[in-house]
Design a protein around this ligand. Structure first.
Ligand code: NAD
Ligand code: SER
Length: 316
């Protein structure tokens, strides 16, 4: 079993990925790393190291000393936060990727997972069932950084044989860890507010359809991709992956099946323009064909499990 490091482990995806990989490979095999001084208590069952991905020499020293072979690089600024600080978003989202790609090129790291996003697409992309290969003119700094990252991943694979694997995640919905600054995060907040007060004001318009995915599907897809035989993978930029697509109105209707008095209102902000530039739904047939991807959760199953599990006392 390869020693594994997850950088950005305290975030929405990292928390659940660490727990799942530790279940699979043993707690000691999977080290969680994040810029935060302390890790959440839920990750206390295994090793944790405070690491800043922008500190290239510290990251290199740790990975080489600890003989880390698999790296999941999750540290990044997401779409909404990145728009507020474009220069830093570019630095954070790109520099760390080069550090890890170079470690793989030098033979230290054997396999990398680096997440891309539906944000690689832009206003000129076909928005319904967006294909794997299509026009890509992202209009956000986040999308530009993800698109550039995809190109570099493919380049390092083609030129240097680096085994890097990636998914264009849709908006991810989960209850273990709060999300960190995305345009799709309304689809998480809404469950906390529905349980807390029965009311939610959405920062997107009611008819803004976006591709979404329940976290359990995303984690399973990530691990399946990382375990797929290399010869099955035709894509070394990033795979399209679909879960379920819906609008805020459709999600509110689904929540009302469980909380009939739930009320939603709309007060769109700068995130509306970001959502308007992204696909409404995704064609993931290449991932299905290459490594057998299939989502389990639809909007009904996802809503039920979210309402059963979100704990509104965690909101400030
Ligand atoms: P998040 O914001 O919840 O977590 C990011 C983590 O990275 C945080 O714990 C943060 O402390 C850590 N971090 C920030 N700067 C760091 C640094 N300098 N060094 C080390 N760690 C640092 O993000 P997430 O939702 O878990 O997303 C993880 C990855 O997946 C990102 O690359 C994101 O772009 C991508 N992604 C997420 C979604 C989604 O809906 N959550 C969708 C598409 C792509
Ligand atoms: N969920 C992410 C965001 O909204 C998509 O990459 O930023």
């Amino acid at each position: 079993m390869a020693k594994t490091l997850i950088i950005g482990a305290c975030g929405q995806i990292g928390t659940e990925l660490v727990l799942e990989l530790r279940k699979k490979w043993g707690n000691d095999q999977v080290t969680a790393a994040d810029v935060k001084e302390e890790c959440p208590s839920v990750l206390a069952n295994g090793p944790y190291v405070q690491l800043d991905i922008l500190n290239r020499s510290a990251v290199r020293e740790f990975i080489i000393d600890q003989q880390i072979e698999h790296v999941y690089l999750l540290a990044a600024l997401l779409s909404a936060t990145a728009e507020k600080n474009p220069a830093f978003a570019w630095e954070l989202n790109m520099e760390g990727l080069f550090t890890i790609l170079d470690l793989a090129k030098e033979g230290y790291v054997k396999r990398i997972f680096w997440p891309s996003s539906i944000a690689v697409f832009g206003p000129t992309t076909p928005r319904e069932m967006t294909p794997q290969y299509t026009v890509m003119e992202p209009s956000t700094v986040y999308g530009i950084s993800k698109q550039a990252g995809e190109r570099w991943c493919e380049y390092y694979h083609t030129k240097f044989g680096v085994d890097v694997r990636s998914i264009r995640y849709p908006g991810l919905i989960s209850h273990t860890s709060l999300p960190g600054g995305g345009t799709t995060d309304y689809a998480v907040d809404i469950f906390y507010r529905a349980k807390q007060s029965g009311k939610y004001t959405c920062f997107l318009k009611g008819d803004s359809a976006l591709p979404m995915m329940y976290m359990e599907d995303a984690i399973r897809g990530t691990i399946e991709l990382m375990e797929a035989p290399a010869e099955k993978l035709s894509i070394r930029s990033a795979y399209n992956l679909a879960g379920c697509s819906f609008t805020p109105e459709e999600l509110a209707l689904e929540i009302r099946k469980h909380i009939p008095e739930f009320e939603i209102s709309y007060d769109p902000d700068f995130r509306q323009a970001i959502a308007d530039s992204w696909p409404k739904s995704i064609d993931d047939s290449v991932a299905q064909k290459d490594w057998g991807w299939k989502p389990v959760y639809d909007i009904q199953a996802m809503t039920k499990v979210m309402l059963e599990n979100v704990d509104p006392s965690r909101l400030q």
